[in-house]
Design a protein around this ligand. Structure first.
Ligand code: NAD
Length: 386
């Protein structure tokens, strides 16, 4: 496990200039990744099967991405986005690419299918980075002709301002991993080489613990009480607003993906799952529908007045607890996990900073009591905590 916090000046890294790159999937993540690559000096082909999604991404890259790059302190002084970016609905357009990022839907079958199609187009030594949040690079590569080309290349959302890219891949070659790190630096990002591959990797697993614990707190408090309690504790956004933002449907699909490896550890209580499924069926799947746990206006959850904010210590304890499990699993060391959470959330503290402030014994007491009450795996204390 290594991390690199020294060499990440925007746009002037070693792999940017002229590298022929592609991005498949022009959605929320893919369009920002394309902008970052173009800004780094790469030639970029952005591909999506959906022509409307592609047109929307093109408009975003032409009209909005430069400002987002400037706000993040990453903008280069030319206008490279339009000059260096082309758009296609067919993967053949990627034939010359040396580095391709896939940011399509979060489905193992879809990602494996895409990889098979890419291998028919790309040179054997081209590298493919997967932005998967709940799978592993080697699972995506398992049926590939050249599995050594597939690396995890995972961004936080929003990708432009968040300074973190998680990289690993147990079937990946060292050359492929090194190219991915070099490209991340050229994009102005700090790459973190994770250790053992586990589903959800680093940031997504910490986030899964927070969101899951938030759904268990719904047994004792309403969504607004939890949200205000979380914000009072210093979270930029609470777990239920976070689920709203991702979409309740996507969140439940991620829970199911993680269950393959972790059993029920990240699952909501059954009654809350039923409630969320009903909300999805009724067209209240979160921010994209204008309503989920909260009503959404201008990209923000509208919070009603709350008389008694909920005590969210169990959510905080679940976060620190999961970080302990990840260290034990060999995913990353404490310093790396602190950095990943800070950089990925835009916040000022990591899980082990929190433990230092609150005390591991206090957190263990909170978890023991909540685990006794609920039996929820997310609250089961890790051996090393406290
Ligand atoms: P999205 O739904 O916004 O965009 C996905 C795009 O992929 C769509 O435009 C779709 O038309 C396109 N697509 C689907 N199958 C395709 C195919 N075979 N070929 C070409 N295009 C195809 O999704 P997103 O939120 O950008 O997520 C993309 C990936 O990034 C997922 O793996 C997700 O888990 C991961 N991720 C998402 C976030 C997040 O917060 N949204 C954060 C980190 C990682």
């Amino acid at each position: 496990m290594t991390n690199d916090t020294t060499d990440h000046a925007g746009g002037d890294g070693p792999a940017g200039d002229g590298l022929r790159t592609g991005v498949v999937g022009a959605g929320v993540m893919g369009r920002d990744i394309a902008a970052l690559l173009a800004n780094a000096g790469c030639e970029v082909v952005l591909v999506d099967v959906d022509a409307d999604a592609l047109a929307a991404a093109e408009s975003y890259l032409q009209r909005e991405a430069s400002a987002a790059l400037a706000d993040a302190g990453l903008a280069t002084d030319t206008d490279p986005l339009a000059d260096r970016t082309s758009y296609a609905t067919d993967l053949d357009a990627l034939a010359d690419c040396e580095f391709v990022v896939e940011a399509i839907s979060e489905s193992l079958d879809a990602k494996r299918g895409l990889l098979a199609e890419l291998e028919a187009v790309l040179a054997p030594d081209a590298v493919v980075g997967t932005n998967t949040s709940s799978l592993t690079a080697s699972a995506v590569a398992a049926e590939a002709e050249y599995p050594e080309r597939v690396v995890l290349f995972h961004f936080a959302n929003p990708a432009i301002p968040r300074d973190v890219v998680e990289i690993n891949g147990e079937s990946a070659s060292e050359d492929a991993l090194a190219l991915a790190e070099s490209v991340a630096r050229a994009m102005g990002k700090t790459p973190f080489r994770l250790g053992t591959e586990r589903r959800a990797n680093g940031l997504s697993r910490l986030s899964a613990a927070i969101k899951c614990a938030g759904t268990w707190e719904l047994l004792d408090a309403d969504a607004a009480e939890i949200e205000v309690g979380a914000r009072n504790m210093g979270f930029p956004r609470g777990p239920l607003a976070f689920i709203d933002l991702i979409g309740l449907d996507i969140h439940l699909a991620t829970v199911d993906n993680l269950a393959v490896e972790y059993g029920g550890r990240f699952a909501p209580p059954e009654s809350v799952r039923e409630r969320m499924e009903t909300m999805v069926a009724d067209g209240r799947a979160g921010a994209k529908d204008g309503e989920g746990f909260f009503r959404w206006e201008d990209g923000e959850a509208v919070l009603p007045a709350v008389e008694s904010p909920h005590d969210v210590q169990p959510i905080v304890a679940a976060l620190v607890n999961e970080a302990h499990r990840m260290v034990a699993d060999g995913v990353a060391d404490r310093e790396t996990l602190n950095e990943i959470l800070k950089r990925g959330s835009g916040g000022a503290i990591g899980p082990f900073d929190i433990e230092g402030m609150v005390g591991g014994d206090v957190l263990r007491d909170v978890l023991e009591s909540r685990y006794a009450e609920t039996g929820a795996g997310v609250f089961e204390p890790a051996e090393t905590l406290g």
